[in-house]
Design a binder for this molecule. Structure first.
Ligand code: SF4
Length: 444
């Protein structure tokens, strides 16, 4: 039978496994039982490099699965099949706690490492549940939700933390007088008299069904994971020295996250990939050059906030965004936000200052809008703890520029071959790389 700890390591069963856990130092020693379980997992690629040999390896693979799945278009599921083998539950639960402790001790809850850990737990639960039959899945979700929700009747305020951290939105929930409706019987009792000419059962399945229950369960466990990382950090402040094994694991976590994103200092990599590097204004398209000269007529605010901010931030931090087709946050590529603080914001503020009248002279509050377009919510200061409260806007297409900011579009001959100012920038970087004697697009 599947243990709920396989889905929720923070459950009573999960905590019991941790209570029985031995000396931390043993966790980096090879574990024959774990290796045996992994290599006998159905469809598992058993090449040496894909086999976790101990708890620390397993913890790293657990996070690596999420990062690679998110960023690698050629992701191979068979390298991580063991993560879906519920016979590894005991090992998996301990590796979850090791990861949370490593992240809590070294980085704390407002770090990209913490966010990756919390998001990976959410995705892993979702993927694991999808592997079960409908009956087993329903059974697991029911058991977990029963233990997470203190009462039969749950008020929406119970989800305050998850709502304020935007893991869950109010629109995801169905409510009656402030009570969250999850069960079919409650739904029928509350709404059947208001539903005409339609089957209330079908409406229940459409509006709530298993999907809302699973979503709530998933987000509650993600929130509890984050809370646990916070508690570990607070506790570690009172300790003299963190365990070296946790620091070692924290380093490995950082490496996994860094490997998945472009590094600074290179321009054109293998396969024509454009990597993040200091900006090259010579490669800017005509529309961007016009903004830098200063907006003198209408469209000033939109030009700086909606057009220039996304362009300049992606051009500097993740120019290949459209080709990679992934969702990223600024801190994925600028972990301590130093590039944002020292290069991107000064460039945006400089362009804002060039406007007539200067943008912040009459509307200083627009700085908040700029932060929001970078993904840091409506706050006066860009801070990691607010990241994710809004999305990092991708650059406008040429079509949109022509429609909303027509005075900016003064196409030259390169413009004929692109559909987005960012693509123009990349093409120009390629061309300059070829001119500089790197025609194959290889790294210098
Ligand atoms: S065509 Fe596109 S890149 Fe060229 S000036 Fe117009 S908006 Fe800018």
């Amino acid at each position: 039978m599947v243990s709920v700890a396989f889905i929720n390591p923070l459950s009573d069963e999960g905590r019991q496994i941790v209570r029985e856990m031995g000396n931390l130092d043993l966790f980096r020693e090879d574990n024959a039982k774990l290796i045996d379980l992994v290599i006998h997992t159905r469809l598992q690629d058993i090449s040496e490099e894909f086999i976790p040999h101990n708890y620390v390896d397993l913890a790293v693979k657990r996070l690596e699965w999420y990062i690679r799945k998110k960023n690698d278009p050629n992701f191979n599921y068979n390298k991580y099949s063991f993560l879906f083998n519920y016979d590894i539950t005991r090992f998996d639960v301990i590796s979850f706690y090791l990861l949370c402790q490593a992240v809590g001790v070294k980085f704390g809850p407002n770090s990209r490492e913490s966010r990756a850990m919390v998001e990976s737990q959410g995705k892993l639960m979702q993927s694991r549940l999808s592997e079960f039959s409908r009956i087993d899945r329903e059974d697991l979700i029911k058991k977990i939700l029963d233990s997470l929700l203190s009462d039969e009747k749950v008020k929406w305020t119970f989800f305050e933390d998850i709502l304020s951290s935007r893991k869950l939105k109010l629109e995801d929930l169905v409510m009656d007088h402030g009570d969250i409706i999850l069960n079919r019987e409650d739904f029928i009792e509350s709404f059947s008299s208001k539903i005409e000419h339609r089957d209330p059962d079908k409406i229940y399945n459409m509006m709530i069904g298993d999907k809302v229950k699973e979503l709530i369960m998933n987000r509650m466990i993600m929130q509890k994971t984050e809370d646990y990382i916070y508690k570990v950090q607070q506790k570690s402040k009172r300790e003299i020295e963190p365990n070296p094994l946790l620091l070692e694991l924290a380093e490995k976590v950082s490496t996994v996250l860094s490997e998945s994103f472009p590094s600074y200092g290179h321009k054109v990599g293998g396969n024509g990939e454009i990597k993040a590097a200091p900006l090259n204004p010579n490669a800017f398209p005509p529309c961007v050059k016009l903004v830098l000269e200063g907006m003198k007529s209408g469209g000033r605010n939109d030009a700086i906030i909606l057009f220039f901010t996304p362009f300049v931030s992606y051009a500097r931090l993740y120019p290949d965004i459209f080709r990679k087709n992934v969702t990223v946050k600024v801190s994925d590529v600028d972990p301590n936000l130093s590039v944002v603080q020292n290069e991107i914001l000064p460039l945006i503020y400089g362009a804002a200052e060039q406007c007539t009248p200067p943008l912040f002279d009459d509307q200083p509050q627009e700085k908040i809008n700029i932060n929001a377009k970078l993904g840091f919510g409506m706050h006066a200061v860009v801070e990691l703890k607010h990241e994710g409260e809004s999305i990092w806007y991708t650059p406008m297409s040429c079509e949109k520029v022509k429609l909303h900011l027509p005075s900016l579009c003064k196409p030259d001959k390169t413009c004929k071959r692109i559909g987005n100012p960012l693509s123009y920038y990349i093409r120009k970087l390629w061309e300059s790389d070829e001119t500089n004697g790197n025609p194959e697009g290889n790294e210098d």
